[in-house]
Design a protein around this ligand. Sequence first.
Ligand code: NAP
Length: 289
Amino acid sequence: MTNCVALIGFPLKHSVSPHFQQAAFDHYGLDVRYEAWEISEEYLEATVNRLRGPMMLGANVTIPYKERLAGLMDEVEKGAAFVGAVNTIVVRDRRLIGYNTDTVGFVRALRQDAGFDPTGKRAVILGAGGAARAVIFALLNEGTGGVSIVNRTMARAAELAAAVRRAFPRSEVVSLPSSGVVRDVFLKCDFIVNCTSVGMKHTPSEGSSPIVADLIPRDALVCDLVYNPVETPLLKAAAEAGAKTLGGVSMLVYQGAASFELWVEKEAPLNVMFRGARRALGQEDVFRT
Ligand code: NAP
């Protein structure tokens, strides 16, 4: 019988995980189907119980459920508990174990693909949702010097900053509303990470950038977690400002590779996964070698 791994989120139209995860299972000839389960909030608990079915290996979790689902697991691995968000579920003996692979995925993309060492650097994080939590916790584990959290909903940014201070009492963390004047914070930073969904295809903010172009310092690195489109309005503005850029595809594949290894305990075929992701994003000719 065919095994199944689900992707749980809403909306899922933008997601390319089904393409590159299925390519990885097929690469090994595994009888596993990766299915997108686009579900609304009222079905979340029923969906979680569906994961306990006999052929389920696990799931990925995406917007907007990463934090909610952490509370619905039988067990949450230490790293994910620390972050307070789950993006990967592994089913063992019908028990659901929550992990967070966004952390390792982001750091690997930053270090390997952008050649950037975050140790001692100052970051501006746009957003305060599940992805922002994972990125901030990962960065502080890597010794990032200071973090400014900028979010549309100020209360959410303040709450996240408080959680970060509890976990890293010596860290320098501030929270700011995106509507306020925060120009100095941007001009003094070494890198900016967009952890909002602004700019994502098939959403109302498609075509928008989370910040205006003149906030981007020329010598900064600008990372966008949004990977569809590959060149987001933020990345385009950053490149025009002369800044270095890192798109969301690297992190996407690295976090997915870490999830794959948890489900099937085989080395993730990275080239196959990058090719699957880029093909799904309409970038057939830009293959990683
Ligand atoms: P989430 O928990 O739903 O958080 C969404 C964040 O975006 C919140 O900070 C929200 O602000 C902000 N936001 C949404 N719409 C906005 C708008 N129109 N204007 C300003 N801010 C807005 O989602 P998430 O899980 O953190 O994911 C965020 C993004 O990261 C998604 O696009 C996701 O696909 C991407 N992501 C990519 C990877 C990767 O591997 N490349 C991994 C994880 C996530 P409020 O608090 O004010 O609502």
